[in-house]
Design a protein around this ligand. Structure first.
Ligand code: FAD
Length: 323
């Protein structure tokens, strides 16, 4: 059954986040041959429309308004609900990002629809669109279908592959003028924490440190390895609690959920709360002095050893491969 599916293109610092392209691929599956319409919200964002089309969107609708310059639940809800009422989609897809997690339940409640959150896979079988999503902190997966109303889902970044970029694709782009009513929240200024390079939640390679890293300086060899591999540094709560690094790096049940191609856990014991945030990574490498450490149970490759010896050796070898 062909459907019209609306996909949110998420913009940060005037460029599209990768999850937007993954959402288009998810939208294509749900659309079953129907139309995928990408939506851009912001101030001066319509220049990004072409890229969405190159990644598979059939059409792009941009809502440009200075009140949408930074994300506010109020402003984005008003803009999106206007697009939804104009387009009347049968499916909606957002990334399961901080923004998507905040906005999707609000929109679903306004529409009176259900919401399948944090989908890691979507397929069409037996005439149904079937979503796979983790439950019990990632220890099990459930499959869900929507039997009535709009098919609304958020997708976990790094799980659904984007379509191959095709620069020859073309599609309609338009703008929709929306009168955004007074916002209850006004963002005066966004102050970003200084962070080196790659965004942790979208990184293809994550080098994570635990209490075994022993100090703030102990993260330096991890950062070096991350730089060589073009990855991001993450941490266990143990390391954050010990003030070796900032809580924004925390991975796990109460931190970020990451699914990179490669996850290297350094000096992390592998508590269930940590595994909840990383056990779906494609390849897991664990470095730990303790051969009995729980992290080895989920690791594809285990190195029993001192991280301060092993990590610099890995960095050196990967550096050689890059030359
Ligand atoms: P530890 O358990 O102390 O492990 C340190 C490891 O380093 C050990 O295995 C040790 O053998 C190894 N090691 C030491 N020195 C070296 C060395 N030189 N070389 C190699 N290995 C070495 N935790 C999270 O991570 N994320 C969460 O989101 C999270 N949420 C939580 C929510 C709740 C409600 C609760 C109760 C707990 C939560 N925790 C979370 C905490 C979790 O239970 C663990 O306490 C925490 O993950 C432990 O961190 P760690 O593995 O770094 O430290």
């Amino acid at each position: 059954m062909a459907r019209k599916v609306l996909v949110l293109g998420e913009v940060r610092d005037q460029s599209l986040r990768n999850v937007s392209f993954e959402a288009i691929a998810a939208g294509k599956t749900i659309a079953e041959g129907g139309e995928v319409v990408a939506v851009l919200l912001g101030d001066n964002v319509s220049a990004l429309s072409t890229e969405l089309i190159h990644y598979g969107a059939d059409r792009v609708v941009a809502v440009e308004n200075e009140k949408l310059q930074t994300y506010t639940p109020d402003g984005y809800s008003q803009a999106l609900l206007s697009v939804i009422s104009e387009e009347n989609p049968e499916g909606i897809v957002f990334g399961h990002t901080a923004l998507g997690k905040d906005l999707s339940p609000k929109i679903a409640a306004k529409l009176g629809s259900g919401l399948i959150s944090d989908a890691t896979a979507i397929e069409v079988t037996g005439g149904n669109v079937v979503f796979t999503r983790p439950i019990y902190s990632g220890k099990a997966f459930e499959k869900k279908i929507v039997t009535d109303g709009v098919i609304f889902a958020t997708i976990r970044p790094n799980n659904i592959s984007p379509l191959e970029k095709d620069d020859s694709r073309s599609g309609d782009t338009s703008t929709l003028s929306v009168d955004i009513k007074d916002l209850r929240t006004i963002v005066k200024e966004v102050v970003r924490k200084a962070s080196e390079g790659v965004d942790l939640s979208e990184a293809k390679v994550v080098i994570a440190g635990g209490r075994g890293v022993k100090s703030e300086d102990g993260f330096e060899p991890l950062q070096e390895l991350a730089n060589v591999l073009g990855g991001a540094v993450g941490a266990s709560r143990g390391a954050c609690d010990a003030e070796y690094c900032d809580y924004s790096l925390q991975i796990g049940q109460t931190g970020k959920v990451v699914t990179p191609d490669l996850y290297i856990a350094c000096g992390i014991s592998g508590a269930i709360q940590h595994l909840a945030g990383m056990s779906n990574s494609k390849v897991i490498v664990a470095i730990n002095k303790d051969p009995e450490a729980n992290i080895f149970k989920v690791a594809d490759y285990g190195i029993v050893g001192d991280l301060f010896e092993v990590v610099p050796l890995l960095t050196e070898e990967f550096r050689k491969l890059k030359v």
